[in-house]
Design a protein around this ligand. Structure first.
Ligand code: S3P
Length: 173
């Protein structure tokens, strides 16, 4: 454990574009801090009883966003948890306000090329367009992502290195 007893133990939310590494880094961060880990998309799928792709296809994006909001709210009394958000969760102003009230937010700022490579490898995301469309989407979202409490330059760096940087930024050792 690398925080002292005075450390703020409210949830840590990882923010960033699809393919930025939120789930991988979040899981490693939780392990390092001995916190619980949640992937919000997995929670949404479990709550809906269907995959994220099926939610988008059968219920539509607005239903997905409502579920996303409900699951964010469900973390409001958590302590010692890390939550990896989906790439669109920090885009709405209402969610930003909510997330920053509930806990600490960290943006994994990852170059588009790295995100695109990872996204193209799994083929599971409903909102993926061609590289030009993804570039536009990232630029649209950047001002929202920049409103986190902390920013980490992600890219190709090893998860352990990013974890160490986050722990240091949050006041740990
Ligand atoms: C989305 C990103 C996805 C998932 C959904 C919508 C987005 O999460 O929440 O497909 O709007 O960027 P990842 O960032 O984990 O891929």
């Amino acid at each position: 454990m690398s925080f002292d007893k005075h450390t703020d133990e409210r949830p840590i939310f990882l923010v960033g574009f699809m393919g930025a590494g939120k789930t991988t880094v979040g899981r490693a961060l939780a392990e390092r801090l001995e916190y619980r880990f949640f992937d919000l998309d997995d929670q949404i799928a479990a709550r809906a009883g269907k995959s994220v792709q099926a939610i988008f296809a059968e219920l539509g994006e607005s239903e997905f966003r409502q579920l996303e909001r409900d699951l964010i709210t469900s973390h409001k009394n958590d302590r010692r948890t890390v939550v990896a958000l989906g790439g669109g969760a920090y885009v709405s102003e209402a969610n930003r306000v909510l997330l920053r009230a509930i806990g600490k937010t960290v943006w994994l700022d990852c170059p588009l090329e790295v995100c695109l490579r990872r996204i193209s490898e799994d083929g599971l995301r409903p909102l993926v367009g061609n590289p030009d469309e993804m570039a536009v989407l990232l630029e649209q979202r950047r001002p929202a992502y920049a409103q986190t409490d902390y920013v980490i330059r992600a890219g190709e760096r090893a998860p352990a290195e990013l974890v160490q940087e986050i722990v240091t930024l949050l006041g740990g050792r």
